[in-house]
Ligand binder design. Sequence first.
Ligand SMILES: Nc1ncnc2c1ncn2[C@@H]1O[C@H](COP(=O)(O)OP(=O)(O)OP(=O)(O)O)[C@@H](O)[C@H]1O
Length: 687
Amino acid sequence: MDVTPGQLMHAVEVDTLCKSYYKSTPVLKGLSLQVPLGKIYGLLGPSGCGKTTLLKCVVGRLKPDAGVVQVMGGRPGKPGHRVPGNLIGYMPQDLALYQDFTVSETMYYFGRIFHMPSQEIDRQTDFLVTLLELPSKRRLICQLSGGQQRRVSFACALLHRPPLLILDEPTEARQGHMVALMRDGRLLAEAKPQELLDRYNDSSLESVFLKLCEMDSEDSLPDTSAAASSTSAAANAAASTSEIVTENSPLLPKPSNHDRSLNSSPAGATSNSNDGDSLPNLLYKEYVPLGDSLRSVFALPSLWHILAVVGKNFNNLRRRLTFLAFQFILPIIQIVLFCVCVGGDPFGLTLASVNLDSSGELGAKFMTYLDNNTFHVKPFKNLEEARTEVRNVRAWAVLSLGANFSTDLLARFSNPTAATNATLSGGSVHLQLDNSNYQVSLMIQKSVAESFQKFAGDLLSQFGLSPELVSLPVVMDAPLLGTDNPSFTEFMAPGMIVTIVFFMATGLTALSFVLERKEGLLDRSLVAGVTILELMLGHMLTQLLIMAGQTGLLLFFSLVVFQVPCHGSVLWVILLALLNGFTGMSLGLMISALCSAENSAIQAALGTMYPNLLLSGIIWPAEAMPQYLRFISRGLPISQSVEAMRSVLSRGFGFTAAPVYLGFVSAIAWASGLLLLALLLLRIRGI
Ligand SMILES: Nc1ncnc2c1ncn2[C@@H]1O[C@H](COP(=O)(O)OP(=O)(O)OP(=O)(O)O)[C@@H](O)[C@H]1O
């Protein structure tokens, strides 16, 4: 049961705390301790004995498996209790600072999380820079020495003048009012340092610790040699400490006179005299507005926290202008390259021609009908020479006309019933292709066929016959949807627009949490009181603004500069593109929640891109896939959106058409699912 502030005697109370990671060997084994108000409490123990684990339970970053932890009268993480939050100042073991921020930007970020007004942040920053002898508040963190960076980290913990300081950092435990000696997840002793030295008649805490380890090992290990080696190993590592500093303890710095007048003692906080030591009057100052307290009770995200995260993100981007510029240039490069390189008709194709027609002028005449733009015609005297040209990859095809081309062609038209196979073949254009390139082969066949049709049509007109006699008896009436002469660009453009927006957003967000997790940055924000949801919303808001810019540029270049036809409303195109950017961002957040390392996040983002590109009917119609793949294809995040985009751009459909609204529904469903999954993963993994 939580105690009321009036009864508060201990800043931290831990009762039979047990904790293990992933159900492995227990790290904390029924540990109990009490940290009185107004004291410095040092935890001394060998590396790996569980000090950080204990402190993480205290600050609310880890949940106990069993036992109770009370911090400032409440359980960490309990709704409405400001632990994590501004009741504690936390200096994690890692540096946990943004290397590209200045000292004052760092302070500003944490100050905003603690709801401190700007002037107050400035005043405290100036005070702490002087107190901790930092060079200048305008210096970048990466330009500070290791020791100075540690002091900035300490300053962050002190910034809001918390009543409880948790320092996961080796210092001299002897200065503490109380010291606890920890070993293997248990407390061996807890007393004032001098008391321990007197009790064990020794001059150093390390020696006392060694004695306690020996006694502990004798109790638990029957083999004395094993006990001895275990205790010496423990003693060797015994310099490692962590500290809990509570309000009014001497480690907390004195505020300026002005600051002091603002302070007020929280109810129940005893102003301890610490055995006669004079203590600085630094008291906790309440910064949390009532509205925010209520919101935290009902677990609603705080706009203040979200804006602090957005501000921090933009500051980060401001420091990385090249990266930001790249984010806007990249979609432009992609769409420009697509529009310039993909979907156009191949041209300038070398054609090795052999005109052996000696029976008339028609062979030479037909040659003039070949499209000069599509073909570069290279004449040859005999067929074998022309074939060698193709075999040596110097031409795409051999086009040949037989010796009786003119007479056989005229015979075919004038007396079709008498035409033999030899006549039909002699009056035909013969093509031998380098068939290794499907699109080029198709283009050559199409162009030669069109040229022949035009040539033969003109010939028939000279005889007073209809040119349509040489057309296939299949009539293409005006299309019901789409255009008369659609290009491959038109087919691919909707998919490319959706893909670029989607994966640019994925790439942008895939590293969000991975980078924050690095060096404990995320931990510090969370202990300061920012929730996972607020962090996520902060990231989303930042990325949304960038993504909106990217989408605008992409659509401008595709629709306006490259004139990709849009037969429907541009509004739906914009909304669909933005929605897909949002879905891509959700995928990125999910990846960043899932991956711990940068390279695995990048690989995951890239890994999702190619299957989507191939399976979503972007490069080739989904109708060409086997049935079972078509089924999978339909369920992918961008497939329905690509179809919706195609329906708006090429078919001119509005929102009420099924392919269009299904695209919206699918994108919204995927975005919601991915965001939920990201939140779940972040919670499960404890980020
Ligand atoms: N995230 C984790 N997953 C699994 N095991 C962990 C994790 N963090 C810590 N441990 C293990 O828990 C034990 C206690 O680690 P902890 O960091 O609490 O020790 P510590 O006393 O703070 O050490 P140090 O003084 O070196 O910082 C160690 O054996 C460590 O390997």
